[in-house]
Design a protein around this ligand. Structure first.
Ligand code: ARG
Length: 596
């Protein structure tokens, strides 16, 4: 048991004995003592003052006396205005260092036997390559998955591809009309970009055709409806739904191009899925769930023929679940997809990482499945909603001029990393090694900058700021890691064995102790990040740790220390910091270099 929890347990007992106050023993009742005060752990007594009917400082003193009597790890306390600051024996921190410094899996909890958390993220449409919004989505989904796994939860990562509908038919029509048989190989571009280009081509011709019709006297709406290219796309969709083999074959072919492109982007981002769902496979199950709702009388057939669900009692409105022509809408497939996932994995929780423009959609999904259809998994649905991400204006106009392409962005980050690393000089890397480093630093910068922000907030991604070696950035943390690894290599060269046992009686002091205490908190931070689904907690922790270590390293000799025991202690602390930086960054999907 960690000391916070042990203390909270004793606090519970002591409060009961002294004042008959009953509380829940929760580790969060015990905070690290603020730097300006003496002590290691602090308990705030204000919540108990009223029931104890004594002055705050008196209450703190009575609690402090009892706690110190009961717990060997405590050596004393002081009271500052209702804050009870407790001191922990030095030997305690020495033990923590001994346990922690060589633990490669520090901060990773053993996997529990429980229903998995199913997490859906990315979920692109097949008519366009991934863009900056998907990048935030992918990074969040990947990181939250890593964090949950670190907390010991079994996790199933899934993707959902919107592979059917009018959007992909538009790309297909444009390719048939204007493509001359072009393929990703013949054009030498990624398949997702190729198909995305034809989506743009469609739009261009569609606009032209509309303008012609308007010039002939049609209204805007009529023109939009009647433009020949649009009629072709609709016809294509109709044939698709009817299972026309020719259309299906083309659809199959173009979607495969797109998937190959997505796979390359995912691989570069370092993410993978345990399973990919396709809307074309789930919408029919969705339709059957709509029928189920009709049969149960919880959905209604509207006079225009559409099927709707009335959610006005829940503070929402009426929502269409099937169009009047019987075709499915976006919601239809989500009903089926959720059901399928439940049957396949029996998850305890289903997390959907999707932008906040779909908040309403997920409110409805949860209500329809839970309250209306009475599905056991309705309540387990959780929408992890995130805000927009933009680049500073003028940065990286994409080929369409509006959205920022994910692949282009990664190329750009590679270049940024290259330039800033080269500008630091002193570089003796082989070309391959250098390229791997730029990729690690460039992508690390991108990931960290996005993940350190609370997902709910809109944000600006600033490439130059993200790569600043002295800021709250991945490169700063990566550099700190590389510095420690170089220190440890130097120790090995001088035949110092960092794994040697520390002598008794020696304890971390001053900044050493502060770092050990910080390191000791890491597993709790991982748990908190898992509870809150918050990579930002990990990012902030890792940054603080790196900053703290750098300060220590500047002030304190390590290899120059002549007392061998002290040198060993500092090396072990350093190694523990390096491991923790590496493990923490891994939870953000970021690698750290051995040297840089
Ligand atoms: N493909 C959708 C879009 O691009 C996002 C899907 C989100 N996931 C879901 N289960 N509805 O807007």
């Amino acid at each position: 048991m960690n000391i916070e929890l042990a203390l909270a347990e004793e606090l519970k007992n002591v409060l009961h004995e002294l004042y008959q106050i009953d509380i829940q023993a929760d580790a969060s009742l015990v905070q690290p003592t603020r730097k300006e005060f003496e002590g290691d752990l602090t308990i705030v007594v204000f919540p108990y003052v009223k029931l104890a009917r004594k002055a705050p400082d008196m209450v703190a003193k009575e609690i402090g006396d009892r706690l110190c009597e009961r717990m060997d790890a405590l050596t004393g306390y002081n009271v500052v205005k209702g804050y009870l600051n407790l001191s922990v024996a030095d030997g305690y921190w020495l033990e923590r260092l001994r346990e922690g410094f060589a633990d490669e899996r520090y901060g990773l909890f053993a996997q529990r036997e429980e229903a998995p958390v199913l997490i859906e993220y990315s979920s692109p449409n097949t008519n366009k390559p991934l863009h900056l919004g998907h990048v935030r989505n992918n990074l969040l989904g990947h990181s939250v998955s890593q964090i949950l796994m670190a907390c010991g939860h079994p996790v199933v990562q899934v993707n959902l591809v919107n592979d059917r509908g009018i959007h992909i038919c538009k790309s297909m029509v444009a390719w048939l009309r204007y493509g001359n048989g072009e393929t990703p190989e013949s054009a030498n571009i990624k398949g997702d970009h190729l198909v995305g280009n034809y989506y743009v081509v469609f739009d261009k011709h569609y606009k032209e055709e509309q303008a012609e019709l308007i010039a002939k006297g049609l209204s805007e709406e009529e023109a939009a409806q009647q433009a020949p290219i649009m009629l072709e796309a609709r016809e294509m969709l109709r044939r698709w739904e009817a299972g026309d083999p020719e259309v299906r074959a083309l659809w199959e072919k173009m979607n495969q191009w797109v998937y190959a492109g997505f796979d390359a982007t995912y691989a570069r981002l370092g993410i993978h899925f345990d399973k990919t769902y396709y809307e074309s496979n789930t919408y029919l199950l969705g339709k059957s769930l709509v029928q189920e709702g009709l049969d149960k009388g919880v959905f209604q057939r509207h006079e225009d023929g559409s099927v709707r669900v009335n959610l006005t009692d829940e503070g929402l409105d009426e929502k269409v679940l099937l169009r009047k022509d019987g075709t499915s809408v976006y919601m239809t497939q989500d009903l089926g997809t959720a059901q399928l996932r439940y049957e396949e994995f029996h998850p305890g929780k289903m997390i959907y990482v999707v932008g906040n423009e779909q908040n309403y959609h997920f409110d409805v999904l949860k209500l329809v499945l839970g309250k209306k259809l009475g599905k056991p998994f309705g309540d387990s649905i959780y929408h992890l909603s995130y805000g927009m991400v933009e680049l500073p204006s003028g940065k990286m106009k994409s080929r369409e001029g509006t959205v920022v392409d994910a692949d282009d962005l990664m190329d750009d980050m590679f270049e940024e990393a290259k330039q800033s690393t080269e500008s630091l000089g002193k570089f003796d890397f082989q070309p391959d090694e250098a390229a791997a480093l730029y990729e690690m630093v460039g992508l690390g910068a991108l990931k960290y900058f996005i993940l350190k922000v609370d997902p709910a907030k809109n944000m600006l991604f600033n490439p130059a700021e993200s790569i600043d070696f002295n800021g709250n950035t991945a490169p700063f943390i990566q550099y700190t890691h590389a510095r420690i690894r170089s220190l440890l290599r130097k120790a090995a060269e001088q035949s110092v064995n960092v794994a040697d046992a520390l002598p008794d009686g020696l304890s971390p002091e001053g900044e050493e102790k502060l770092i050990v205490k910080k390191l000791y908190q890491y597993p709790q931070v991982v748990l908190a990040a898992g509870e809150n689904l918050s990579p930002a907690l990990i990012a902030n922790y890792v940054y603080d740790l790196a900053k703290q270590f750098n300060h220590f390293y500047q002030e304190t000799p390590i290899m120059r220390e002549t007392d061998a025991a002290k040198r060993l202690l500092r090396l072990q602390i350093s190694q523990w910091v390096a491991n923790t930086l590496r493990n923490g960054m891994k939870l953000l999907g970021i690698d750290v270099p051995e040297r840089m």
